[in-house]
Design a protein around this ligand. Structure first.
Ligand SMILES: NC(=O)c1ccc[n+]([C@@H]2O[C@H](COP(=O)([O-])OP(=O)(O)OC[C@H]3O[C@@H](n4cnc5c(N)ncnc54)[C@H](OP(=O)(O)O)[C@@H]3O)[C@@H](O)[C@H]2O)c1
Length: 300
């Protein structure tokens, strides 16, 4: 069973993809019960005719029993200036959800979607004491989609011609697009742009640009989360950047941060150490410092 905790815009969009692809039974858990039931009734009409799975909504965490995957997309408020804005409330929320997850489905793989993403991934893992490779923060793959989008728009090339685009570090203003490995149509990206600044700024500010036109995003993160659920349940290994609690990788400890990982049916199977140029290495250091400061700023 796939359980989705928090069925606002993002949780409901993830539910729609999981249900309409007939991946598994889906449980929606929301603070306000009516919203969970309403969204479950809506997406239930998207169950394929040949599916053996169903969907239901509840506010009762004890129904998490039997979950193979728990996706957390709950949020107590909307940030407007920075993803870390509601950090104390969000950390309090994630700790509560971590306790319940540990109580009712201690063997589940957990995908964190709520912001501030890296901080919440860290606190979920510490509170639940789940193996660190079973708590995966999904965001850097979304940031990578946005990086690919802006390369494609800047150079007027299709995304299919772009290889090895990757964003690492914080899911926030210090995220680090990795330009040095990117090629476009087989040629290095660096041979086609004067500087990395404009694309980097656009990727970091994607959510701000979007909010000029729509209250907040939902579909990109839903697709990137669905891809991970699909890989886990269908036992297909994928390599994406995702946030994991680090234990020496990239020289970091006691934080979660977006790094390249392999994911299989058991969760993260490997953190890949990739080559970065000097600019990227120092930007990643700044990014990890920002996450560490945020973690330490929390009033528990
Ligand atoms: N990782 C990424 O790249 C990415 C991308 C986009 C968004 N996000 C994040 O995803 C989260 C959800 O965004 P959204 O736009 O879907 O927010 P939203 O529409 O405000 O929905 C949040 C939902 O969480 C529920 N909730 C709050 N506390 C809960 C709890 N303890 N247990 C269960 N449900 C609870 C709320 O219930 P009520 O109905 O009672 O209010 C609400 O339905 C946010 O943190 C957002 O920043 C992440």
């Amino acid at each position: 069973m796939i359980s989705i905790v928090g069925t606002g815009r993002v949780g409901a969009s993830i539910a729609f993809l999981c249900v309409s692809h007939g991946l598994d039974d889906v449980l929606l858990v929301n603070r306000t019960k009516e919203k969970a039931i309403g969204e479950s009734l809506d997406v239930a009409s998207a169950i394929p005719a040949d599916s053996k799975f169903s969907v239901r909504g509840t506010d009762n965490y004890s129904e998490l029993v039997g979950s193979d995957i728990v996706i957390i997309a709950a949020s107590v408020g909307v940030y407007t200036k920075d993803r870390s804005e509601n950090i104390d409330l969000q950390v309090k929320m994630i700790k509560g959800i971590a306790e319940k997850t540990k109580q009712y489905c201690p063997s589940a793989i957990v995908l964190i979607v709520s912001n501030p993403l890296d901080v919440l991934t860290y606190y979920f893992q510490k509170t639940s004491e789940f193996p660190r490779f079973k708590v995966i923060g999904i965001a850097s793959s979304l940031d990578t989609s946005r990086f690919r989008y802006y390369i494609s728009e800047t150079l007027s090339v299709p995304q299919s011609s772009i290889s090895n685009a990757l964003v690492l570090g914080e899911h926030g203003d210090t995220m680090v697009p990795i330009f040095s490995g990117v090629s476009v149509g087989g040629n290095p990206l660096f041979s086609m742009i004067d500087s990395r600044d404009a694309i980097t700024e656009n990727v970091r500010n994607y959510w701000r640009t979007l909010r000029n036109y729509k209250s907040r995003s939902q579909f990109g993160i839903a697709k990137n989360t669905f891809d991970v659920v699909n890989a886990i349940l269908n036992k297909k290994e994928i390599t994406i950047p995702a946030s994991v609690v680090l234990d020496g990788e990239y020289g970091e400890q006691n934080i979660a941060m977006g790094v390249p990982v392999k994911i299989n049916q058991n969760g993260v199977s490997e953190i890949q150490q990739i080559k970065l140029d000097d600019t990227e290495s120092s930007s990643l250091k700044k990014s990890s410092e920002k996450i560490r400061n945020d973690i330490n700023s929390v009033h528990e």
